[in-house]
Design a protein. Structure first.
Ligand code: GLU
Length: 388
């Protein structure tokens, strides 16, 4: 038996990826699966983005590039953050990474020392704590619930801070709950962060996917004190249907970017050169494609929320952002893993058990899938619950 390093033993593989892969495999075998598993837009990448990448390929943008990213892209990202998010960044504050996931992974490696504590509101995106573990840190979970809209309060944040606290992970709009913090709520959290002089990483990957007139505000834009303590993580996967391209970025103080660049220079080097030109086109072209996808998500959100509300025995708060509904299944008496296994087995509906997000009473349904599958899947879910 090969001896595997201790650090890996404490890490669980990504279940969002493995359940999504299983649903895809079943579909390929001809099984009629309705998949609500992956947080992956079902849309194809818009044609003008593909064209820009093809052009870059034809122009020979096929060589190694700067580790922190192609300069035009870093400049365009900084300009986007200044204009859209009111965050005063320049190109030197940006590193382009292999997706939002590598952004956060490298950030943890750059910031966290063994024993450092990272505060993570629960439910959380499943990869945050694993990244903290791999960096030798300790995750400190702060529970939130449907009653408070799955949002952490400033009192809860303050109570969780110790002398070992280094970082607070904020994800608004949230995966898996769809919660979106208001500017007032962000201000109150920012006050606590500044008071205790810790850092916050603001994962804004779902910033473009918000509903009912809700606007996304970056916590870093609240004032200069919080800006100095904020690290923004974002990417192109969700807003532009570019999940497979693997282009994400971090915006932060230049010292953090330099540290992350050092790490990246010895791991992946630059992000695929021509993919970066696709991302550049995404930023610099019309944003109509984002609006079109958003309006499709909005229609599905309404439908799925109404369908869930009509099923006796389960419930979910209305999500204001992202493309997930976090459904409370506790009254069925089943734990989330068994619920999802049986749902897939008996009704061919794939969902993600809440336990992987830190909440065993819930399941996550992604509605980044076509309406037809949503309608069919909701009927099957209703049948499943009735039959329990
Ligand atoms: N972030 C997406 C999700 O939560 C993609 C899968 C993953 O990377 O975890 O489903």
């Amino acid at each position: 038996m090969v001896k595997i390093a201790e650090r890996v033993k404490h890490v669980t593989p990504s279940l969002t990826l493995s359940i999504s892969a299983k649903a895809k495999r079943m579909k390929a075998e001809g099984i009629d699966v309705c998949s609500f598993s992956a947080g992956e837009p079902d849309f194809d990448t818009p044609p003008h983005i593909k064209m820009a990448a093809k052009k870059a390929l034809d122009e020979g943008k096929t060589k190694y590039g700067p580790v922190a990213g192609e300069m035009p892209l870093r400049e365009a990202i900084a300009a986007k953050l200044r204009q859209e998010n009111n965050l005063n960044y320049e190109a030197e504050n940006i590193i382009v990474t292999n997706g939002g996931k590598q952004s956060l992974f490298n950030l943890m490696l750059a910031l966290i020392e063994p024993g450092d504590e990272v505060i993570i509101p629960s439910p959380y995106w499943l990869s945050y704590p694993e990244m903290v573990t791999l960096a030798g840190g300790k995750s400190v979970f702060v529970p939130t619930s449907a009653e408070n809209g799955y949002k952490i309060t400033p009192e809860q944040l303050e109570a969780a801070i110790t002398p070992k606290t280094r970082l607070f992970v904020l994800n608004s709009p949230s995966n898996p709950t769809g919660a979106v913090y208001t500017p007032e709520e962000l201000k109150a959290l920012a006050d606590v962060i500044v008071k205790h002089d810790i850092l916050v990483v603001s994962d804004e990957i779902y910033e473009k996917i918000v509903y009912d007139g809700v606007t996304h505000v970056s916590i870093g834009a609240i004032n200069d004190q919080i800006f100095a303590r904020t690290i923004v993580s974002n990417g192109f996967a969700k807003a532009y249907a570019m999940t497979g391209w693997r282009v994400g970025y971090i915006a932060a103080d230049a010292s953090i970017i330099q540290a992350m660049t050092k790490i990246q220079s010895h791991s992946t080097s630059n992000v695929c050169t021509f993919a970066q030109y696709g991302a550049l086109a995404a930023l610099q072209s019309s944003q109509d494609c984002v609006k079109e996808m958003l309006s499709a998500f909005a229609e599905r959100r309404k439908f799925i929320y109404n369908a869930i509300s009509a099923i006796a025995g389960i419930s979910a708060p209305l999500p204001y952002g992202a493309f997930y509904v976090f459904v409370d299944i506790s009254s069925t008496g089943l734990k989330s893993l068994e619920f999802c296994e049986r749902l897939l087995e008996e009704e061919k509906v794939a969902a993600i058990p809440g336990i992987v997000f830190g909440d065993d009473n819930c399941i996550r349904l992604s509605y980044a899938t076509d309406m037809n599958s949503i309608e069919k899947g909701m009927n099957r879910l209703a049948n499943f619950i009735r039959a329990l």
